[in-house]
Ligand binder design. Structure first.
Ligand code: SF4
Length: 367
């Protein structure tokens, strides 16, 4: 047995004994562990944490309320300047129409995601939140740390105060969006005007502390190095130790959107290896989502056997990303059942709502 094999075996036994692995051990796994060995360990962790018979999905509608943004991330094709002829800001009535249409087809969760507008008044946000909440009573997730920071700065408020204003207006939870890779070296190249790693971490913690839970993610496929992936996961794990505010973690890959941005070709097994590593390393986050939206159904099914326990959502509207995701609830259930699991419909807080057992052999799935 080589020294490398010996080191891997020692880390594997630590994982099987439910001991937390160090960042350095995480790095060794990422660099040296065969992906199928990591997949087996991640499956064992998944079974211990959430069981091995179910996988979940949720339904929500993303409303991209504006595409005006002055942050200028080089990977983003969604952003527009205020004077661009393609720029838009949805009115309150337009937002309400979208929420009403979603409610009619049984969607009770709304996700507001916008560009970082340079000067929309605070009343734009609070009026919409209040109206959506009072007219429809849906769960409202929204506003990444960079949007919250902009709102606080524009309105000369502290971030905690701004979080309180949004929460009182109706906000229920927050996404971990805008993290990409939490490394100053990477952010300086990809998105130098976006909030820093320290600001992102502070704002997310403040949201959690004020009772706004949510998710966290990582986006790979740019210039990140393995050690930066591990530093990102370590920071998320540390925040979770302090707040317990992350309901889930989602590994994503960048998509090629602009000519200014080179995207690495992430091979399926490299993505799946990251999924497995996340399940093992993030021992304090219960749920791990696979990005079917970006990576497709086959990778999604495999990921459910390699650490993930959720496929997130059929997406009704998603302008920031081009989607080849699942388009209907039935497709989400089929994917999970075809992978051999009972499908569980859940809400944003991971409360189970409805259960759909796997299709028995010889039975045609519903269309
Ligand atoms: S990713 Fe978000 S913050 Fe960055 S430019 Fe696009 S809309 Fe703006």
């Amino acid at each position: 047995m080589t020294k490398k094999d010996d080191t891997l075996r020692q880390i594997y036994s630590k994982i099987r004994l439910e001991e937390r692995i160090t960042p350095n051990e995480g790095l060794i796994l990422l660099k040296d562990a065969p992906w199928l060995e990591l997949a087996q360990l991640a499956w064992e962790k998944r079974v211990k944490k959430v069981g091995g018979d179910k996988a979940s999905y949720t339904l929500f509608r993303i409303i991209n309320y504006t595409n005006v943004c002055d942050i200028g991330c080089c990977f983003c094709s969604f952003k527009r300047t205020e004077n661009d002829k393609m720029a838009y800001v949805l009115t309150k009535d337009e937002v309400l129409e979208k929420v009403e249409a979603s409610k009619k087809i049984g969607i009770e969760q709304i996700f507001f995601q916008g560009g970082v507008h340079p000067n929309l008044p605070l009343s734009y946000y609070t009026d919409i939140l209040k109206a959506v909440k009072s007219d429809f009573g849906v769960h409202i997730r929204g506003f990444s740390p960079v949007e919250i920071l902009r709102l606080a700065e524009l309105n000369q408020m502290t971030v905690p105060k701004m979080i309180g204003v949004l929460k009182r207006a109706g906000l229920d939870s927050v996404p971990g969006a805008g993290a990409e890779i939490l490394s100053e070296r990477v952010r300086a190249v990809l998105s130098p005007n976006k909030c820093s790693t320290a600001q992102w971490a502070r704002i997310i913690k403040q949201c959690h502390q004020q009772g706004l839970p949510g998710s966290a993610n990582i986006v790979i496929g740019s210039i990140e190095k393995d050690r930066e992936i591990i530093a990102h996961l370590s920071l998320v794990r540390k925040i979770q130790d302090e707040t317990q505010g992350f309901n889930s973690f989602i590994p994503w890959t960048f998509q090629r959107q602009t000519k200014d941005f080179y995207v690495k070709n992430i091979l399926p097994h490299d993505y799946l290896k990251l999924v497995s590593l996340c399940r093992i390393f993030l021992d304090n986050i219960r749920n791990l989502e696979v990005s079917v939206l970006v990576l497709g159904e086959d990778i999604g099914k495999l990921a459910l056997r390699m650490g993930a326990n959720d496929i997130s959502s059929p997406v009704i509207e998603e302008n920031v990303l081009r989607s080849f995701g699942i388009k209907s609830e039935r497709e989400a259930q089929n994917l999970i059942q075809e992978a051999g699991f009972t499908a569980v419909k859940r809400d944003f807080n991971y409360r189970p709502l409805e259960v759909f057992p796997p299709v028995q052999p010889g039975t045609a799935p519903e269309n």
